[in-house]
Design a protein around this ligand. Structure first.
Ligand code: AHR
Length: 519
């Protein structure tokens, strides 16, 4: 509005099972030698796990195939304009995601990721998590464009988990139960995390409730220190074993579990009878390190384990959903993989060269900018803070504006306080005060150093929702973008419960030109 006025999955699974099984048979029969396991250069992670005797029983990725012979869908998106769905597949067998298919399907509207398909052929797909003991549901679905990346030289999208987002499968096939051995890895954005419970990928309860110690075995990534923690300030890779995030054999501090925050971080947890391990590394280069390998925690319920075999992504076992993170790919295996097998998987991961998109030059941290509205009503208006209160509004600024008005409409771009792939905006004339949302309205407030402030003050630039300029996704509400509405600043979704979520002119009102600074 002018603001001057206001599959069917089972059938598909069988088909891809055949592809996966064929690949495993071919590779294993050709390559497994008598003195050790050798791996074909073209083998992808699940081929490597199979050759190492611990086959994938779930394989999830929105970026690439995890079997050399896989040529099925990676994930499904739903667009808001007509609620229709589209499977996103590969550019070629065993290759990379066809991100252009998503871009074309989602052009001019917004999309969420509805299904992350299981490539193992077992039908262990991830869909919208239901409510659980800790929090109601269904959980939110990830904004499909919120985690752009490049892999193998191709554009792809990861799964951006803002607090409230979660995926789950409570009816799986082949996932470890009881004390059965399993392994798992995932690639996360090591710069996108928080201390909420619990950004997990792995084995959880089938009831969505906390059913007791040892009923989970999942990778946790974040800086929660409520249960366990490691060296430094985090984030850490820990094992979520239910009622505890474990950084080693002890329940609390383990010095050998380091802070690990590579932009692309490989995280591994594996467990078998009275033994488990934490491993990790840089998904862009180098090998893996072992941060713990040894006995189960000496606490009732964790030995033997009582794994239930559901799969979760982005949430805790009881659907705790205060956590944040970004997932690119991950698998779960049947059997306890050897370190050598995982090292081969890591070599494949580094070979595909995950790369983060650069921030637009105009939004390089340290730059001074002004943000001009693009809605036809308001093209001489700029986002600025008030002097009489903490509100952030738009108003006309020109060369004849006062020096105060000009500097109120000038921002210093900072690396995102909660996610360095995104940005924060510090006021040019109020040092230490940042653009942030509270109650979904924009304010200028002093950084109080809390995790909540950091999240509220983090915005992720994307191509403008109208096609013009940039739109800025809220770092902790991935369906909401910086918007002006009746001259006041908000974060707003394209339709929703607040007046400022009005669909009328949403794309224009959320699109901003990054302009030269007024001061
Ligand atoms: O183990 C940590 C968390 O505790 C689990 O993820 C959740 O189920 C419980 O709240």
């Amino acid at each position: 509005m002018s603001l001057r006025a206001p599959v069917r999955l089972l059938d598909r699974s069988r088909k891809w099972a055949l592809c996966a099984a064929t690949a495993v048979t071919l590779i294993a029969s050709v390559l497994v030698g008598g003195t050790g396991t050798s791996y074909a250069a073209s083998s992808l992670p699940c081929d490597l796990y199979a050759a190492g005797g611990a086959p994938c029983v779930a394989a999830h990725s929105t970026t690439r195939a995890l079997y050399a012979a896989y040529n099925g869908p990676l994930y499904q998106v739903r667009r808001s304009s007509d609620n229709s769905n589209r499977d996103i597949g590969l550019l070629s067998t065993g290759g990379y995601a066809n991100a252009a298919a998503q871009d074309s399907f989602c052009a001019g509207t917004t999309c969420v990721i509805t299904v992350i398909y299981d490539q193992s052929g077992r039908g262990n797909h991830l869909t919208q998590a239901p409510g659980g003991g800790a929090a109601g549901g269904p959980d939110n679905l990830a904004n499909a464009i919120a985690a752009p990346t490049t892999v193998g030289g191709h554009k792809a999208y990861g799964v951006y988990v803002a607090p409230g987002t979660g995926y789950r499968n409570d009816h799986t096939s082949g996932i470890a139960t009881g004390d059965q051995p399993e392994g798992m890895y995932a690639i996360f954005d090591g710069t996108h995390f928080n201390g909420g419970c619990c950004f997990d990928y792995g084995n959880a309860e089938t009831s969505n409730n906390d059913t007791g110690n040892g009923h989970m075995e999942a990778i946790y990534f974040g800086n929660s220190s409520y249960w366990g923690y490691g060296a430094g300030t985090g984030p850490w890779i820990m094992a979520d074993l239910e009622n505890g995030l474990f950084s080693g054999v002890n329940q609390r501090y383990n010095a050998n579990d380091p802070t690990i925050n590579y932009r692309f971080t490989t995280a591994i947890i594996k467990g078998t009878a009275n033994r488990w391990a934490i491993r990790g590394g840089n998904a862009q280069s180098g090998g893996l390190s072992t941060f713990y390998s040894g006995a189960r925690p000496n606490v009732s319920g964790y030995n033997p384990m009582s794994k239930e075999g559901a799969i979760i992504l982005g949430i805790g076992g009881d659907n705790s959903k205060g956590s944040a993170g970004t997932f690119y790919e991950g698998v779960m295996t049947s059997g306890y993989p050897s370190d050598a097998t995982e090292n081969a998987v890591q070599a494949n991961i580094t070979s595909v060269a995950y790369t983060a998109p650069a921030l637009p030059v105009a939004l390089t941290p340290g730059s001074r900018i002004s943000l001009r509205a693009t809605t036809s009503c308001c093209t001489t208006d700029y986002l600025r803070h008030d002097d009489a209160d903490t509100n952030v509004v738009i108003s006309p600024i020109s060369s004849s504006s006062s020096a105060t008005d000009k500097s109120d409409a000038t921002w210093i771009v900072r690396a995102g306080l909660a996610n360095s792939s995104c940005v924060s905006f510090e006021s040019a004339n109020a040092t230490g005060q940042y653009l942030r949302h509270a109650g979904f309205q924009l304010h200028l407030n002093a950084n109080d150093g809390t995790s909540l402030f950091a999240q509220d003050a983090t915005f992720c630039p994307q191509t403008g929702n109208s096609g013009l300029g940039y739109s800025f996704m809220s770092g902790n509400y991935d369906s909401k973008y910086l918007r002006h509405y009746y001259y006041t600043g908000y974060i707003a979704s394209d339709g929703g419960s607040n007046a400022w979520d009005s669909t009328k002119s949403w794309a224009d009102d959320t699109s901003w030109q990054v302009a030269s600074p007024w001061s």
